[in-house]
Design a protein around this ligand. Structure first.
Ligand code: FES
Length: 321
């Protein structure tokens, strides 16, 4: 079971960067829990409807425990967490957070790493670049944005000791060529790993190109910031083996919400199948996976479900709760 640190963080600095990205430097009372490249923290955001949790990658240098660094895109199309943080966060403000957690670690034993960060998806890649640089491993970070005037973190990149490993790309082609996967994705070779983070279309494009180029699924690493998850479907029954309680999950309900109504609490954070907080063991029944969190191997094993969005394929699921 993952140990969770509960943190109270203070905004030490806010930088409003290009591309509607706010950069925060967060400090604790003393040293903060260490984190590895790819880790994120869960941040609690107060909204008029109550607190919600959002996940933000740590983009600073792993191993440094004096501060956490986040980059947060103001996204009016999202469910409100980022806009609220942009509106509220100033130096001196406090944030409640949990973590760090890492669902996107660097692979052990890689001989070469190709990192693709689209827009705000560059944040975990910056921490990975620090780690790969420290280890002296071969890597290239491809950082794609719409245009030069939407490209955040340029000062960080210019000052980084690994800046020569970073290739900028702009979709409009002004000042930097767009990503060209025929050129930028090397042929698959043993020990070469691909990492991708960014908007869903960007990720799907890179992942399918890597698969076509012969990369096995276990060397294509991905982290979704958000997902268009459709959690609707036919009604089914969920039986909770430990408590003996059965609930019906209606077409517009989720397992997690139906269980809460029956008095059984399942921890939920992202509510869109990307963070893994709600993963629950399944004892019986076939799962209709709707999440982006579980790996193909975990899906095939069929004994875990993301209760915030996934459903039953048949009439009944038995959960180990
Ligand atoms: S709450 Fe994040 S995956 Fe379910």
């Amino acid at each position: 079971m993952t140990h969770t640190n509960s943190l109270v963080l203070t905004v030490a600095e806010r930088i409003d960067d290009l591309g509607d990205i706010m950069r925060l430097t967060l400090k604790g009372e003393g040293d903060l829990p260490p984190f590895a490249a790819g880790a994120h923290i869960d941040v609690q955001v107060e909204t008029p409807e109550g607190p919600i949790w959002r996940q933000y990658s740590l983009c600073g240098e792993p191993g440094k425990s004096d501060a956490y660094h986040l980059g947060i895109l103001r996204d009016p199309e999202s469910r409100g967490g980022s806009v609220t943080l942009h509106d509220l966060m100033r130096a001196g403000e406090k944030l409640h957070a949990e973590g760090p957690r890492n669902h996107f670690p660097l692979a052990e034993g890689a001989t070469r790493s190709i990192l693709f960060g689209g827009g705000i998806g560059v944040t975990p890649m910056l921490a990975m670049a620090w780690e790969l640089h420290r280890k002296g491993q071969a890597f290239t970070l491809h950082y794609a944005t719409r245009s030069a005037d939407r490209t955040a973190f340029l000062d960080v990149i210019k000052a980084a000791p690994f800046r020569d490993h970073i290739v900028l790309h702009h979709d409009d082609g002004e000042g930097a060529a767009p990503i060209n996967l025929a050129r930028d994705l090397p042929a698959a070779e043993p020990g070469c790993h691909v990492y991708v983070c960014g908007p869903q279309g960007f990720m799907d494009w890179i992942i399918s190109a890597a698969e076509c180029a012969g990369y096995a699924s276990n060397v294509i690493h991905r982290e979704y910031f958000s997902a268009d998850v459709d959690a609707h479907g036919e009604s089914f029954e969920v039986f909770c083996a430990q408590s003996g309680i059965a609930v019906t999950v209606g077409p517009d309900d989720t397992i997690a919400k139906s269980l809460v109504k029956a008095g059984i609490k399942i921890d939920v954070k992202c509510e869109e199948g990307i963070c893994g907080t709600c993963v629950t063991d399944v004892l019986e029944g076939e799962i209709d996976h709707r999440d982006k969190f579980l790996t193909e191997e975990e899906r095939e094993e069929g004994d875990q479900i993301c209760a915030c969005c996934s459903r039953a394929r048949g009439a009944r699921l038995v959960l180990d709760i």
